[in-house]
Write a protein that binds this ligand. Structure first.
Ligand code: NAD
Length: 370
């Protein structure tokens, strides 16, 4: 069953099951592809109904990280981890330290970070057992919560999409509907309002809606109305799969550009958006800012370097739009092609033996221990 799923969900290099009875740890690390570098991706803690569900989730998520890193121009492979459990009840120092010990055995082949259900504090506990963790507290030389950087990258993706579709990247007066006001969505609303955009918001947590609406002076609508708001940009920042056969005919936007992972229910919905004249900013290109930020931690963190990278989402996105136009394909297909081409080219270069000379680059481990 495990190998069957591996074959079905992306032909991964390695899957590691982590078990510690005393702390209740039941975790799976999936390393999808290390052609470009160490597999980096966060640890999700979720109350999966079955072990198979956890396996399928980690397989899909880790494959997604390979393309996200490749499209972002980072020298990182794709990996991800899941811990089976309720993040509200089942967390303990022992659990994250036991998990950290397993990550350590991989010697940097897999590097973790926070994800849904895990926090900067959890990563600090992982760090007690292994250096192969990012998103650790600033006081420990890390960069803390990556969400503001994810949101900054999304802002750049929105600007690129506006330039492409509306002819300007000036967001003054541009109408943006933001679905989901969590870590990414709330930071995005802040950046958008600073740019003078006219923002409409929705979340299922009414308290959050009221607080953001008051702080940033924006209009709020019910969660079931946000996809149908008449606007220039729809920014999904909550769930995956929101762009589907049912929602597409109801959309009243010119652009879909947001931070949520897997916004398209299926890749074919990229073509469906194109057919109705809506420009789609591929999610894994738009939301790579958090990954860029934690990658900067591996280089020796500086805010300037992290912002330089998240700003590059603008150029990356414009490149994808140009490729899609040239090849007459959807933007999501163009983004996958771009990522796959980089994997192929650099993978081929790595196959050459260059003699017994000293290595031109330091390893990430040397960089980390500097
Ligand atoms: P979060 O859990 O902090 O926020 C999600 C928000 O969406 C919550 O406020 C929740 O109440 C709201 N929500 C849930 N269902 C909703 C619905 N039907 N309608 C409206 N609102 C709804 O998560 P986050 O860290 O902000 O991440 C948001 C998305 O971005 C996720 O898809 C995540 O995978 C993706 N992402 C996040 C990061 C990051 O750095 N945090 C990086 C890359 C991608």
């Amino acid at each position: 069953m495990v190998f069957e799923n591996i074959h079905k969900y992306g032909n991964h290099e390695q899957i590691i099951y982590c078990h510690d009875h005393q702390t209740g740890l039941r975790g799976i690390i999936a390393i999808h592809d290390t052609t470009l570098g160490p597999a980096l991706g966060g640890t999700r803690m979720w109350n999966y109904a079955t072990e198979e569900e956890a396996l399928i989730d980690v397989l899909r998520l880790s494959e997604g990280m390979t393309y996200k890193a490749a499209a972002a121009g980072l020298n990182l492979g794709g990996g991800k981890a899941v811990i089976i459990g309720d993040y509200k009840k089942d967390k303990s120092e022992g659990l994250f330290r036991a998990f950290g010990q397993y990550i350590n055995t991989l010697n940097g082949r897999y590097i973790t970070a926070e994800d849904v259900g895990t926090s900067v504090k959890d990563m600090e506990q992982v760090y007690m057992e292994t250096p192969w963790v990012t998103g650790i507290p600033k006081g420990l030389g890390g960069s803390g919560d990556p969400s503001p950087y994810t949101a900054h990258g999304v802002l750049m993706g929105i600007k690129a999409a506006c330039k492409e579709k509306l002819g300007t990247d000036d967001l003054k007066g541009v109408r943006v509907a933001v679905q989901g006001l969590g870590n990414v969505g709330s930071n995005l609303v802040k950046y958008l309002t600073e740019e003078g955009a006219q923002v409409t918001i929705a979340d299922i947590e009414q308290e959050r809606v009221a607080q953001i609406a008051e702080t940033y002076n924006c209009e709020a609508v019910a969660p079931d109305q946000i996809l149908e708001v008449e606007c220039d940009v729809l920014a999904p920042c909550a769930l995956g799969g929101v762009i589907n056969d049912q929602s597409i005919p109801k959309l009243k936007c010119k652009i879909v550009a947001g931070g949520a992972n897997n916004q398209l229910a299926e890749t074919r919905h990229g073509d469906a958006l194109r057919e109705v004249g809506i420009l789609y900013a591929p999610d894994f290109v738009a939301n790579a800012g958090g990954l860029m930020n934690v990658f900067a931690e591996l280089e020796g963190y500086s805010v300037e370097r992290a912002l330089e990278r998240t700003t590059s989402v603008f150029d990356n996105m414009m490149h994808i739009f140009a490729e899609a136009k040239d090849q007459n394909i959807s933007t999501v297909d163009a983004a996958y092609n771009h990522a796959k081409k980089r994997l192929e080219t650099l993978g081929r270069l790595k196959r050459k033996h260059l003699g017994f000379t000293s290595r031109p680059f330091t390893t990430l481990k040397e960089v980390k221990n500097r």
